[in-house]
Write a protein that binds this ligand. Structure first.
Ligand code: SF4
Length: 423
């Protein structure tokens, strides 16, 4: 049975293209010779960027015919391949060894600035990075290119970051930033958001220092700054205040998984550094600093199914994560999720992805929470940049079922201006 018909038969309440998006995310795709993605720096040294298979460092997005954007990474073992149709030149998604057609695809943005260098010869793609292939051109800046959790093998089990090359702590170079950000604005004309992220330190105040230093450097460029988010370990209230006072619009203290046992297995570094209970207290305190809906917490949806013996069914795992999302909503914390991509280089590389049944349950449950809690959708989210989750697709494709509450109050397609893409 063709793939989309298969998804429709299995999950009649969900748009089949949404389940296709989930499957593409959890399995990755074979890139073939299709022009997809740009070189991704993995936030490490340039020397660590020379893999055996260059495609391992390509990341980008494609758009399904119904407008759903999908983040794609290369997986040579995926059932899906992206090909270029020799006659029309269009991108085509095919399934299996027989290359059964699935659907046409639109390529996501590829910006020329990612191949540029600053006058100090720094690769611009290492100064800022296109974030998850969003068509509104969001960018990330990776500071603290070092994670102390990796020292004793306590890194988060889904993280491919810490094994991809030699980690190093960096200082911002304002002149490199000004040149790169200026070129990004000039080329793209739009930047959906600017995410600050990096490795973790056991001294969280020192970790916060780096975020403040980088924010000051970005401001010193004198260029416009899009909505900003600090993705950082959960901070105590005084440090949350420092983030807010430095001008961060949002703070994201990601729980990643919900259950205590999942924390121990999946997040050994975070469990030792802060612990689940304190993390939750920091989230609640941060709402008092930033305000309801301005503190976010991400869940790596599906990775919790890897914890041996914790959940009897995929639905039970999804219910647990939904309980975490509900707790967030009750505190005024906006819950986000990213579909788990079992990445090469992570401790959990090679594990099977979470079952589709898990995602079907989670996706529907998350949309239902919009109806219960009036938390506004953050300014950093739009349909074009939510390439790793399906809130916007569901609300757009089936509003009668999935656009209740806050999900129905936003124009998901028009929230961020689309970036200009060179022909
Ligand atoms: S905190 Fe976890 S996700 Fe972040 S860099 Fe360290 S190991 Fe990776």
């Amino acid at each position: 049975m063709p793939v989309l018909d298969e998804f429709h038969a299995m999950f009649p309440h969900l748009p089949p293209t949404v389940m296709l998006k989930v499957d593409l995310l959890r399995q990755g795709v074979q890139f073939g010779a299709a022009p997809i993605g740009t070189r991704h720096y993995h936030h490490h040294d340039e020397k660590g960027q020379k893999p055996v298979d260059f495609k391992a460092h390509l990341q980008g997005s494609v758009t399904l015919p119904d407008g759903s954007p999908v983040f794609v990474g290369h997986n040579p073992a995926s059932r899906y391949t992206i090909l270029v149709d020799p006659e029309s030149g269009r991108l085509r998604l095919v399934d299996g060894a027989a290359h059964e057609p699935v659907c046409d695809l639109m390529p996501g943005p590829r910006f020329t600035w990612t191949g540029g260098r600053t006058s100090t010869q720094a690769p611009m793609a290492s100064v800022f990075t296109p974030s998850l292939g969003g068509a509104c051109g969001p960018v990330a800046i990776f500071l603290l290119r070092h994670c102390e959790f990796a020292v004793d093998h306590e890194e988060c089990r889904f993280c491919s970051w810490v094994r991809m090359g030699k980690s190093q702590e960096m200082r911002p170079n304002v002149s490199d930033m000004r040149e790169t950000l200026g070129r990004i604005w000039g080329e793209q004309g739009a930047i959906g958001y600017l995410a600050f992220s990096g490795g973790s330190l056991f001294n969280r105040t020192k970790e916060a220092d780096a975020f403040l230093t980088y924010m000051a450097a970005v401001r010193e460029t004198g260029l416009p700054v899009p909505p900003t988010v600090a993705a950082i370990q959960a901070l105590d209230a005084p440090d949350s205040r420092r983030l807010r006072d430095a001008g961060f619009d949002y703070a994201c203290y990601s729980m990643e998984v919900w259950d205590e046992k999942a924390w121990t297995d999946v997040l050994p570094g975070k469990a030792r550094s802060v612990g689940r209970e304190r993390w939750m207290a920091c989230l609640a305190e941060a709402v008092g600093v930033f305000g309801p809906g301005r503190v976010l917490s991400n869940f790596v949806a599906g990775v919790e199914t890897m914890v041996p013996g914790l959940y009897e069914t995929p639905q039970a795992a999804a219910e647990s994560t939904l309980a975490g999302m509900r707790w967030c909503c009750e505190q005024g914390v906006y819950p986000k999720y990213a579909i788990w991509v079992p990445s090469t280089g992570a401790a959990y590389a090679g594990r099977p992805p979470a079952p589709l049944e898990y995602y079907a349950h989670l996706l529907e449950g998350r949309q239902a929470l919009y109806a219960e809690f009036p938390l506004p959708v953050p300014d950093i989210d739009c349909r074009h940049c939510l390439t790793q989750s399906c809130e916007a697709d569901l609300a757009t494709l089936d509003p009668a079922r999935y656009a209740a509450g806050a999900a129905g109050l936003v124009h998901w397609n028009e929230r961020h201006q689309r970036a200009h893409i060179a022909a």
